[in-house]
Design a protein around this ligand. Sequence first.
Ligand code: XIL
Length: 361
Amino acid sequence: MSLGRRLIVASLVIGVNGCALVGDAIPPDIARHPPLKKAFEKRFPIGAAVEPRQLGTRAGSLLAWHFNSVTAENAMKPANLQPLEGRFEFTGADAVVDFASRRGMRVRGHTLLWHEETPEWFWRGADGRPASREVVLARLRAHIVAVMSRYRGRVYAWDVVNEAVHPLGPGCLRDTRWLRVVGPDYIEHAFRFAHEADPGARLFLNDFETTEPAKRRCLLELVRDLRARGVPIHGVGHQLHIDLERPTVGDVDETLGLFAALGVENQVTELDMSVAASALPPAERLESQATRYAALFEVFARRPDVTAVSFWGISDAHTWLNAKRTPGNLDQPLLFDAQQAPKSAYFAITREKRVPINPNN
Ligand code: XIL
């Protein structure tokens, strides 16, 4: 092949925006807006949670164009990956990882241990009696090793344990079967198994309301203790399911600072901003959301300890916050609207000027 020809082929493979695949055929009304990920390319990957069935739709195009990181919204949760002992269901998770790998996008793994998504068989012993601590830990190890080995090198970070802390729980931990059957060291075992399974993966403790003072104290203490004892934990995942008022941007900044001082990374893992409960009129809600999102991203961009920011969804057309809402009363927490067009928040974060829509486009 001549050099010229080789260059043409190379540029085709790399694609115009360095991420979307040539075969993607990004719709022009999507591609006319600069990719969100470009605004932060020198700082951190920008991600979104996705369901496998969204990948081949317009949501997949939006994901490929604007984002350079992906999280499986549900497909990598233990009950979905291993519904029966030893019976792994990798189809959905594989689709998400393949989509990302083919486009050079990163993947955050979510999650290896979560009390809400632990399949029942984990707790059952051979004779119908409750499984012992040893059996549960052996199952946890087998699950973590199988999953992380499959995605080694393609999933760069894992939420190893999800939502383990509770300020009113025993020893600041949530009162779950994990705590009762295994004991508080289930957390450290999960991290050790994960590090053993993929020593190159970044390992996170993920939780919500990390800015809430009592919970934050618990989480800080837990992270400090794990680090002091040499448990391989690299960072804290802050879900950041927030609304128009709380937590304040100052609370978020202060919280990130406290974790950074422990020497761990901060990743924003499930960002969304509910407007549904706001007293503001609808138009003002979205402007207020835009201003608040922009202020948050200024904090993220200025803090070297923030190493990733991911949204919990791509557009308002699909968000977990609407699972129980009725049409006419839907929430609008993300940067793209229900028609999957950019909202004020997108323009505020990227500092892009709104361009009038060309009807011929
Ligand atoms: C949610 C998904 O978005 C829903 O589709 C599912 O029914 C329940 O889980 N914190 C987490 C996520 O860590 O895994 C949750 O995702 C949202 C709250």
